[in-house]
Design a protein around this ligand. Structure first.
Ligand code: 3PG
Length: 216
């Protein structure tokens, strides 16, 4: 499966949920705010079940984040994840993800890692942590030799810089937690999350960039 399956998604919220209930409130709020996709991280005990519930109860394209092992790939496939994100690049995770029919979005931080990912047949890559690695300037430099690669920068993305990242043709989407702040998620404050999500969508609309749309 190629990443073209999620073409049209330009914001990938990174949701770390303390409880399944909080995840459901956040997911529904994202959808009301015009977001079409969510990455649910496995950083909490509630992560896996949250993913399964969001996949079942919302129209969002739901993926798994912070996936570090083949076992976790198998678990998130069973929970109906459509894509798998990792902070770094691991052949085993990528191969298991693709074997299970899910979209693989491994993380890279260097030219060497990009080269390994390309050799493994993955050309859409999370660039993490984007702000700490030099942001768009670094992506511009890396995109020059890797002409087929598309990047999803993550780490330090917000409403002030998202549109600028997305102006570069090598940027497939932006990813981050700014649309699902931890305090609002924990407080099950769906109204705030909806407002923040809608503001993110409006920022992109105002920039004349493609806004999120329903996928699949
Ligand atoms: C992550 O995987 O933690 C993402 O990169 C989110 O980073 P952010 O919290 O800076 O948006």
């Amino acid at each position: 499966m190629s990443l073209s399956s999620i073409d049209g998604v330009v914001i990938v919220p990174v949701l770390t949920a303390p409880t399944v209930s909080a995840a459901l409130v956040a997911g529904r709020a994202l959808a009301r705010g015009g977001i079409t996709c969510v990455e649910v991280t496995l950083r909490t005990a509630a992560g896996l079940e949250s993913l399964a519930v969001l996949a079942r109860e919302t129209n969002l394209l739901v993926g798994a984040g912070t996936v570090l092992s083949r076992g976790q790939v198998e678990a998130v496939a069973a929970a109906d994840a459509r894509f798998v994100v990792s902070p770094g690049f691991d052949d085993d995770v990528v191969n298991a993800t693709r074997s299970a029919g899910m979209i693989s979005l491994p993380g890279v931080a260097t030219a060497t890692e990009i080269q390994r990912a390309v050799a493994a047949g993955v050309e859409t890559l999370k660039f993490f942590p984007a702000d700490r690695l030099g942001g768009l300037d670094t992506i511009r430099a890396l995109a020059a030799p890797f002409t087929g690669v598309r990047f999803v920068p993550s780490g330090g993305i917000n409403n002030r810089n998202a549109a600028e990242y997305l102006t570069h043709p090598a940027i497939a989407a932006v990813s981050g937690s700014w649309v699902v702040p931890a305090d609002a998620v924990a407080a099950e404050d769906g109204e705030s999350i909806e407002r923040i999500a809608a503001a993110a969508v409006a920022t992109l609309e105002a920039s004349g960039l493609p806004t999120p749309r329903r996928v699949g």
